[in-house]
Every structure is written in structure tokens, then in C-alpha cells.
Design a protein around this ligand. Structure first.
Ligand code: PLP
Length: 268
């Protein structure tokens, strides 16, 4: 399928005699006939919808469509682009950690990085693309958890050299997160150039009609969270799921599952 076909047909596949247009499931909750079925959902043994904060069939169709367009293994919709960036970072960083961020990013992202993350105990250092690799690498610390950049920066429209910064990030065993809002996967697929995670404000071109605020986090499935020594939360038991280990149970989906079942569950 080419992109234009994926735009129409990825994500939602009508069942025999099912609606041709993707239906909107306007329900907070989903019914099950046994409490055991619900218990299995809470324990992540099954993954059908039960509460729309964590997953809703309509959102699921859109997530799969966007994941297909970006070439990722999974995606999660969020309430806004800001929420997507926040969720992506909080899935891999906590108080005491550090993020390296391009200085030419959307103003809201800049404030999140420069002011609000600091208040949460996550330190952020900015870099200019004009800096040499050595200068950028000198800013990476033992507690640095990601490099963040924007494909086409809002509003300067600076083009981010995804391949260059993916190489730097991977040399230091950390992922590259790209905000692909302005390019969209139609014009640029950051995973093809080595990015590990993509975020979007779907409020912009994905929406297209200026009526709906939203965001999405997309996982390439390529970053090896178990190989890097920097992400113990991915390889040690999560007490809130009776000791589940994300990389062991979910493999290539570890990041996007952790984003949903931990960060979306707790922060909404
Ligand atoms: C590149 C970029 N990223 C993120 C955002 C934040 O998205 P939202 O307004 O959907 O929270 C914006 C909003 O203008 C943006 O332009």
C-alpha cells in the first residue's frame, strides 16, 4: 500500500457487513460478562478495551493508521501535542534525569523543556544544530535519557538533521525523539532516518479542518531498551503490575505499552 491508500485503509478493516466508514465508539466503558475477564485486562493478560482513558476502539483505529503511515510498531493518541511530548519523555525519564533538546522547537515545547520539566526535576540542556558533533556530545551526561528535535521547527521551519542526531543518540545508547508535526509522515518518515520515537500535534495537518486538538506518540520498535544500561525501568519489575517486566513481556512494543499502561493510566 502506498501512503494515499494507507490514509484510507490502514487501521480500520470493516468486518463482513460492518460499517464501511470508521465508527465512533462514544463510550467510556466496555462490558464484559465475567469479572475474570476484567481481572485479566487489569493484569495486561489481554488487551481489548475496557475504559476509554486507556484505549477506545476508535482511537485504536486511528493509532494503527498513524503507526502504519510512520512505519512504526504502535502508537498512542493523547489529548494534545503537548501531552504527546510530555508522555513520551515521562515514559523514559524521571526526576534526576536529563534531556538534550534542539533550541529550535515550538515555543510550547521550549517552555515545557526549559521551565516545567525543571520544576519536575528533569533537567534539560539545549543545543544548536550549528554546534559540532563533539560539542553536542559534550552535553550528554550519564543521566541523559533522550535527544529531542523537530523535523521542521515551528515557527522557524529549520530542518533538523535527523540522521546526524540519531547517530549521536545511539552512540550514547539513548533514543532520538522527533516531533514530526509540521512535516507529517507524508513528507518525512523520521524512522527511515534513525529516529526511535515520533510525536505529533495532530491538531495541525492530521486534523486538517482546525476543529480538533490532539496528539500522538509513535514507537518505531527499534530502540533496544534492554541493551542500553540507561533504562532500568524497562528491564526491572513494575510493582504496579505485580512485577511485570516491559521488555520481557512486550518485546518491541515495550515503550508504547509502558507509555499507555503506566503514564496514561496514572496521568491521563
Ligand atoms: C510543532 C508543534 N509541536 C507541538 C505542538 C503542541 O501541540 P498542541 O497545541 O496540540 O498541544 C505544536 C502546537 O502548535 C506544534 O506546532
Amino acid at each position: 500500500m502506498k501512503d494515499s491508500t494507507k490514509c484510507l485503509h490502514s487501521g480500520y478493516k470493516p468486518e463482513n457487513a460492518g460499517p464501511g466508514a470508521m465508527p465512533i465508539y462514544q463510550s467510556t466503558t466496555f462490558r464484559y460478562e465475567s469479572t475474570q475477564a476484567i481481572a485479566d485486562l487489569f493484569d495486561l493478560k489481554t488487551d481489548t478495551p475496557f475504559y476509554s482513558r486507556l484505549g477506545n476502539p476508535t482511537c485504536g483505529f486511528v493509532e494503527q493508521k498513524i503507526a502504519a503511515l510512520e512505519g512504526g510498531v504502535g502508537a498512542m493518541l493523547t489529548s494534545s501535542g503537548q501531552a504527546a511530548t510530555l508522555t513520551a519523555i515521562l515514559t523514559i525519564a524521571k526526576a534526576g534525569d536529563h534531556i538534550l533538546c534542539s533550541s529550535t522547537v515550538y515555543g510550547g515545547t521550549f517552555n515545557l523543556m526549559a521551565v516545567t520539566f525543571k520544576r519536575m526535576g528533569i533537567d534539560v540542556t539545549f543545543f544548536e544544530q550549528s554546534e559540532t558533533d563533539e560539542q553536542v556530545e559534550a552535553k550528554i551526561k550519564p543521566n541523559t535519557k533522550a535527544i529531542f528535535g523537530e523535523t521542521l521547527a515551528n515557527p522557524a521551519l529549520t530542518i533538523f538533521d535527523i540522521e546526524r542526531f540519531a547517530n549521536i543518540a545511539h552512540k550514547h545508547e539513548i533514543p532520538l525523539i522527533i516531533d514530526n508535526t509540521f512535516a507529517t509522515p507524508i513528507l518525512c518518515k523520521p524512522f527511515d532516518f534513525g529516529a526511535d520515537i515520533v510525536v505529533h500535534s495532530t491538531t495541525k495537518y492530521f486534523d486538517g479542518h482546525a476543529v480538533q486538538v490532539g496528539g500522538v506518540v509513535v514507537d518505531s520498535g527499534k530502540f533496544d531498551w534492554a541493551k542500553s544500561s540507561k533504562f532500568p525501568e524497562f528491564v526491572t519489575p513494575d510493582e504496579s503490575y505485580h512485577g511485570l517486566v516491559y521488555t520481557q513481556t512486550f518485546g518491541k512494543l515495550a515503550f508504547i505499552v509502558k507509555a499507555r499502561v503506566q503514564i496514561m493510566r496514572d496521568l491521563g
